[in-house]
Design a protein around this ligand. Structure first.
Ligand code: HEC
Length: 132
C-alpha cells in the first residue's frame, strides 16, 4: 500500500510538471478516495446544513447554482469548478470529499477549516445542485 501511494505521488508530480508544457491538466483525486463512504448519503437535513455552509464559504467562487461563476471566481486561473459539468457529476462522493479536504490553489485546503461532517454535508449539497 505504501509503495502504491508513493507511486501516486510520483504520477501527481509528473502531472504538475506537465503543466509547464502548457497542457490542460485536470484535477484527479487519488483512487482510494473512491472507496470513502458518505455517512450522510440521502440525508435531507445534512444537505440543508451543507447549503448553509456552501452559501457562507463557497458561493463567492462557485456561484449560487454551482456553475463556477461566483463573483470572486471570475478572474481566477484556473476558474472555479462548475459542479454541473459531466466530469464532476461522474465523480464519486468520496472524490469530491477528498478535493474539498485537500483543496488546490487558488482554492483553500478545508481539512482544518471544516470538520469531516461539514465537508460531507457539502458533498450532499453539491449533489443537490447537480440535479437542478
Ligand atoms: C477562492 C475561490 C474558491 C472558493 C472559496 C472555493 N473554491 Fe472550490 N474550486 C476553486 C477552483 C479555482 C477550483 C478548480 C481547481 C482546479 O481544477 O485546478 C475549485 C474546485 C473545486 C472542486 C473540484 C470539482 C471537481 O470535481 O473537479 C470542488 C468539489 C470544490 N471546488 C468545492 C468547493 C467547496 C465545497 C467550497 C467551499 C467550502 C469551495 N470549493 C470554495 C475555487 C474556490
Amino acid at each position: 500500500m505504501k509503495t502504491n501511494f508513493k507511486f501516486l505521488v510520483l504520477i501527481a508530480l509528473l502531472f504538475i510538471g506537465g503543466k509547464s508544457f502548457g497542457q490542460e491538466i485536470s484535477w484527479t483525486a487519488p483512487e482510494y478516495s473512491n472507496t470513502l463512504k458518505n455517512p450522510f448519503a440521502g440525508n435531507k437535513k445534512a444537505t440543508d446544513e451543507g447549503k448553509v455552509i456552501y452559501n457562507q464559504m463557497c458561493v463567492l467562487c462557485h456561484g449560487v447554482n454551482g456553475q463556477g461563476n461566483g463573483e470572486a471566481g471570475l478572474t481566477l486561473e484556473p476558474r472555479p469548478a462548475n459542479f454541473l459539468a459531466l466530469h464532476v457529476q461522474n465523480e464519486t462522493d468520496g472524490a469530491i470529499f477528498w478535493k474539498i479536504t485537500n483543496g488546490k490553489a487558488p482554492m483553500a485546503t478545508y481539512f482544518e477549516i471544516l470538520t469531516d461532517d461539514q465537508r460531507w454535508k457539502l458533498v450532499n449539497y453539491i449533489r443537490e445542485l447537480e440535479k437542478k
